[in-house]
Design a protein around this ligand. Structure first.
Ligand code: IDP
Ligand code: MG
Length: 597
């Protein structure tokens, strides 16, 4: 009972509009736990709030309240959502919102707001302009919106091996583009039997189907993903598509600019993909999947990365750099902060930039006064490059950063990251973010170039978890450019593990690896070497379970020797190993075929 009483004292209870308005008169910060009558207020954060009240409550700038949504107009959008929500009201204005009982985030925000408020009152800083929080209908920002009526329609086209051999690929591509379609992705590869049987399901009853499969397996096919622009999932008259031109996917427009628009205009006289190919007598050498559902399933099958990139609304990637001084001093706290702000780290690389690299990256700044300082700082130690993902990540990260000049950030936006993570005596701000989608793409390509790596599913794991592992590889966005089930020879094993030559377990390792079939793969992706090692997890599965429970080794390893998977440590090592297993592979062309997400 005693504790219940305390809770009531800590948080003012707001049950109607009049009490809400009264609450808005509070000076300083009020943190409101917005709750549903049927869920009740959030208990999980009580002790945190009590602690904050004790530590920051003495000048009466910090208040807590609980408010039931039903009877309070501004809170109605939250109706029927059980997840706890905390609204931050600063001097009567709703300025921020935390979803979920995220203790660290609540703690940090409360402290930051109170400290800012104290500085304002002491006349140390000016009051930043208050931006009132717009509370939208919950659905709009929490759940992925339903697919819009207009969706991009893709068609999978397979150019069969004989046509590839006759070099008809270019002609077919020209015809397709000429007829106003866009080729979104392409790849030349020998289809696996599974892919062939899947794509040609409808022909499987035909008498010579087995011969056909053999023929398809005999040499590479060329696969195209063709887009017809945005259309309804249901059949929609062609003219209607043209009316929607204005709503064309922005990203695509930006990447392809004029060309895309040109393509759309040409669509007026478009005869349909099949018709176009037929007109040029090319239909007999390629096969088209024209069922929308089938095509999109196959898209995921052939180009898992491409399909993945199409799923979210405005999900963007941006490049963030944590510069050397900050990385040295507060690595963990900045990474924690990035996670709290809802970003997912899709890729990361720690790199000491050479002067040439720094010059290249900051080429646009080369005539500025600060350029030499920038170069010096950027080459002074490791920088951490991150590919951050979130809805509207580019803008979000930029606005969190605040002004470029640290002094300005401290004065005008004390809650910005460049202010909060300023490092004493560092001559430049410690955090970078891309400004536009174009720039983000260029910068991501700079730090995360497409690479090939060699990956092996070791014998025990191949026997027990083959499909699961392959699925996880694809889900993580790797393109399996080549794969081959093979018994690794002792020579190959010795080559893979050259660095372990003098280890006591070397003999055992070579024996184990060459004692049964393994799956050897060339994986292609941005940052493939490092990302594959990250997906594998630590060498020792016990450690993997502790530090990276989602990793392959945590899930599928038996022990440190039979630890499920192998991966090269760098691109050179990968190349030597790939040559050893697959012979002479054109690794550059594998990279060029990679479709950016
Ligand atoms: P990595 O596979 O994570 O790159 P390395 O240190 O390169 O790890 O070691 C190569 C392989 O040698 C490991 O994957 C593991 O199977 C094996 N290995 C490493 N340490 C031991 C050990 O202490 N006992 C037995 N095998 C080991
Ligand atoms: Mg190794």
């Amino acid at each position: 009972m005693a504790s219940k009483k305390k809770e009531i004292q800590l948080q003012a209870v707001v049950t109607n509009q009049a009490q809400w308005e009264e609450m808005l008169l509070n000076k300083g910060l009020t943190v409101v736990d917005v709750y549903q009558g049927w869920c009740g207020p959030c208990k999980a954060v009580m002790s945190l709030f009590r602690k904050l009240k004790n530590e920051y409550g003495e000048d009466n700038l910090l208040h807590f309240a609980v408010a039931e949504v039903e009877n309070i107009v501004p809170l109605l959008p939250f109706k029927d959502k059980c997840e706890p929500k905390f609204i931050f009201c600063l001097n009567g204005v709703m300025v921020d919102l935390v979803k979920g009982a995220n203790g660290p985030l609540l703690n940090r925000k409360v402290i930051a707001f109170i400290e800012q408020e104290r500085k304002i009152i002491a006349g140390e800083i000016l009051r930043p302009e208050l931006q009132e929080l717009v509370i939208m209908e919950e659905k709009e920002f929490e759940e992925e919106p339903e697919e819009e009526e207009a969706v991009e329609k893709y068609t999978v086209v397979i150019i069969k091996p004989d046509a590839v051999a006759l070099e008809k690929v270019d002609k077919i591509k020209e015809t397709i583009v000429g007829a106003g379609f866009n080729i979104m992705a392409e790849e030349e590869k020998t289809l696996t039997e599974e892919q062939i049987r899947d794509f040609y399901q409808s022909k499987s009853e035909e008498p010579d189907f087995e011969d056909f499969v053999t023929f398809m397996l005999s040499a590479p096919s060329h696969i195209l993903i063709v887009s017809e622009g945005k259309q309804s999932q249901h059949v929609m008259p062609y003219l209607q598509t043209l009316e929607e031109e204005g709503e064309e996917d922005k990203e695509w427009e930006m990447q392809e600019g004029e060309e895309a628009m040109h393509g759309m205009q040409k669509m007026h006289e478009k005869p349909g993909l099949k018709g176009a190919l037929e007109n040029h007598e090319l239909l007999n050498v390629c096969d088209i999947q024209d069922s929308v559902e089938e095509a999109s399933r196959q898209l995921a099958f052939f180009f898992p990365n491409f399909a993945k990139s199409k799923k979210g609304p405005d999900i963007e990637r941006t490049l963030a750099l944590i510069r050397p001084a900050l990385l040295r001093e507060r690595r963990d706290s900045i990474l924690k902060r990035i996670a709290e702000d809802g970003f997912e780290i899709a890729m990361q690389r720690e790199i000491v930039l050479t002067e040439a690299q720094a010059r290249l990256f900051y080429k646009e700044h080369e005539n500025e006064d600060y350029f030499p300082i920038l170069l010096e700082e950027m080459t002074s130690g490791p920088t951490l490059a991150l590919a951050l993902v979130q809805e509207r990540a580019i803008q979000k990260w930029r606005s969190l950063l605040g002004p470029k000049i640290v002094e300005e950030a401290k004065e005008q936006c004390p809650m910005s990251l460049r202010a909060e993570f300023a490092v004493d005596n560092a001559p430049i701000n410690q955090l970078h973010g891309s400004t536009t989608p174009d720039q983000a793409q260029r910068e991501l390509e700079f730090f995360f170039p497409v690479e090939n790596t060699l990956a092996v599913i070791k014998p025990t794991a191949l026997e027990e978890h083959k499909d699961e592992i392959i699925n996880k590889v694809k889900q993580a966005g790797f393109i399996i450019s080549e794969m081959k089930e093979t018994q690794i020879t002792p020579e190959m094993a010795a080559q893979f593990y050259k660095a372990q030559e003098n280890q006591p377990f070397f003999g055992q390792l070579v024996d184990y690896m060459s004692n049964g079939p393994s799956m050897v793969m060339i994986l292609t992706k941005e940052n493939a070497v490092e990302d594959w090692r990250k997906l594998m997890g630590p060498t020792d599965p016990e450690k993997a379970k502790e530090t990276n429970p989602d990793s392959l080794r945590a899930q599928f390893a038996k022990d440190i020797l039979r630890n499920a998977v192998h991966g090269s440590s760098n691109e050179e090592q990968a190349k030597t190993a790939i040559d050893f297993v697959f012979g002479d592979v054109d690794l550059e062309s594998l990279k060029q075929k990679y479709v950016y997400v």
